[in-house]
Design a protein around this ligand. Structure first.
Ligand SMILES: [Zn+2]
Length: 191
């Protein structure tokens, strides 16, 4: 018989895929389902992603959900800000934009507190290199969901995001104005 006193440990779910694979829409749907089930959910997003709105996450199809925007705070401050809300599920949107070591520490600690963490992000940058904490989180995940987009050049399944406009920094936030989804064969590195 399982002891009722055993320590509750949260789990980690990772949702990864290229741009235009429906990650944010999936998150918005999850928030709706979890909320209807009686869970308290909070979405955390990096300040860097201001494409649509500061305090909400928006999917490309314009559905939205409230979010906590964090920037430059220490891991303990971020954990405090999260636990103060009394939530049992925390979603990290665009997890590749967070400082890698910091977000890994935060997620590890949240799990220890019994919180279910859902992290969503890009696996690869525009050079097909691992992007931020996403690949490592994928390895640590209790549940994994890899989403695909459709290659905008050949119509096959797409795993990569190709930059078509902008600079050469790894982080250059944009949507259809700067990126397309492509398969590995069609992918070209922006120069
Ligand atoms: Zn292709």
């Amino acid at each position: 018989m399982v002891s009722k006193n055993h320590k509750k440990i949260g789990k980690l779910t990772v949702i990864a895929g290229p741009m235009f694979s429906g990650k944010t829409g999936k998150l918005v749907a999850l928030v709706e389902v979890f909320t209807r089930m009686g869970h308290k959910v909070l979405t955390v997003k990096p300040a860097i992603d201001s494409r649509y709105s500061k305090n909400e996450i928006y999917s490309h199809d314009h559905r939205k959900t409230p979010a906590l925007v964090v920037d430059g705070l220490s891991p303990d401050h971020i954990i405090d800000a999260i636990t103060q809300q009394g939530v049992d599920k925390v979603i990290f949107d665009e997890v590749q934009f967070f400082d890698k070591e910091k977000v890994l520490e935060i997620i590890r600690k949240l799990k220890k507190l019994g919180i279910h963490v859902i992290a969503s992000g890009l696996m690869y940058d525009y050079m097909r290199k691992p992007f931020g904490a996403t690949p490592e989180l994928m390895g640590l995940a209790d549940e994994r969901l890899e989403l695909m987009a459709v290659c905008q050049k050949c119509g096959n399944l797409a795993r990569h995001s190709e930059r078509v406009r902008g600079g050469k920094f790894q982080v250059d936030v944009g949507a259809a104005d700067k990126y397309i989804a492509v398969c590995e064969r069609c992918h070209k590195i922006y120069k």
